[in-house]
Design a protein around this ligand. Structure first.
Ligand code: NCD
Ligand code: ZN
Length: 354
């Protein structure tokens, strides 16, 4: 599908409608004073993932969490957190109806139990969720999906494809009016599935899955700060993701999956999954699109297609990026703790003009 673009690209500046981040992790407590401003500096809206401990399962919890986030938005900045609720095996149709009435709730996030960080309270039997999915379809509540099976016999590099075949394809066939977003896709299989599924099926793409493949995780040592879930795949998959991102197909849009874990929890024998990209997020996408000679496609992907898909207005403010070489921060410190962000210390060719 072709997109109309209002973006202006000159050799040294790129002016786009303000983007949104349709998938990220802010965490909670003191960390919000770091994570919220990092995202709000660039993005107008963000979908905030509910995998706190304990998870955000109720409208009341989401509202309280939203207020804590809003309390950390720097003054003078407009920022709208959109809350995802955590789907559990015990979520009821009545819960869904309540969620549908709250405009700050964007949908339910399905984590297969054990698939990723703080997912132990997730769904253990997807097949038993029929009545809940039925109600979500009826009330127009989107289903956001972490698309990986967790059976130990399934190879970790196949977990996304097997999830699509076993669960997602049947769900999208059965619920033709349910909005489904396959989050942080990592394979050509996911690109092909989303492309050929019905119009209410979409996907988010992270910077790390567009910019990297599994060599960046494993060649020359284990690069823990490139470790996230779903794990980086082989280069052919990366290339399919790149083509999807720059295709102008409205089913593919920006979701950073920025997911901070303190340095000590990444650089250890059993490191946590998650790439912390918020401080350089739009610049990382610009880097990727520039490498692919497709900067003119950034605006649709970053600023239009997600809003259109979720039925929200497009942003009216502009964001200007300028071509200038700079280095992503090596570390970020806050309240005596240290994080090593994704792309730490590496150069970037585009920077937001403030
Ligand atoms: C995320 C996190 O740390 O919360 N980690 C990750 O590797 N992406 C969870 C998730 O989105 O899977
Ligand atoms: Zn995530």
């Amino acid at each position: 599908m072709a997109s109309t673009s209002s973006a202006s690209v000159s050799p040294d500046t790129l002016c786009i409608d303000q983007p949104d981040d349709w998938h990220l992790h802010f965490r909670d407590g003191d960390m919000l004073a770091m994570t919220v401003p990092a995202t709000a500096r660039v993005f107008k809206r963000a979908i905030v993932m509910p995998n706190l401990a304990p998870p955000v399962t109720t409208v009341a919890q989401a509202e309280a969490y939203r207020q804590r986030i809003l309390a950390n938005v720097p003054s003078g900045i407009e920022f709208e957190p959109l809350m995802a609720l955590y789907l559990t095996q015990d979520t009821t149709a009545q819960d869904v109806r309540e969620a549908a009435q709250n405009p700050n709730i964007i949908g339910y996030k399905l984590y297969p139990a054990g698939a990723t960080t703080n997912s132990s309270a997730g769904v253990r039997a997807v097949d038993a969720m029929g009545p809940v999915l039925e109600t979500m379809q009826e009330f127009g509540v989107p289903l956001l999906v972490h698309g990986e099976v967790t059976e130990p016999e399934i190879d970790i590099f196949d977990r996304e494809k097997v999830f699509i075949d076993r669960y997602l394809a049947p769900i999208t066939e059965r619920y033709g009016r349910l909005k489904v977003i396959l989050e942080h896709i990592t394979t050509k299989d996911a690109v092909d599935f989303v492309t050929s599924a019905h119009d209410l099926v979409a996907a988010t793409l992270t910077p790390q899955h567009i910019l990297m493949n599994r060599n960046d995780l494993l060649v020359g040592g284990v690069h823990v700060h490139n470790y996230c879930l779903p794990v980086l795949k082989r280069r052919t998959h990366q290339e399919a993701l790149q083509q999807a991102a720059i295709s102008g197909n409205r089913k593919f849009f920006l979701g950073t999956d920025s997911a901070p874990h303190v340095q000590a929890k990444k650089e250890t024998a059993c490191g946590c999954a998650g790439c912390f990209s918020a401080f350089t997020a739009i610049e990382l996408y610009a880097e990727a699109f520039a490498q692919l000679d497709a900067l003119d496609k950034l605006e649709g992907f970053a600023s239009h297609f997600g809003a259109d898909f979720y039925g929200r207005p497009r942003n009216t403010q502009k964001l200007v990026l300028q071509r200038t070489e700079w280095q992503a921060p090596e570390t970020v410190t806050h309240n005596g703790e240290t994080w090593v962000p994704y792309w730490a210390g590496k150069s970037l060719q585009w920077q937001v003009r403030v």
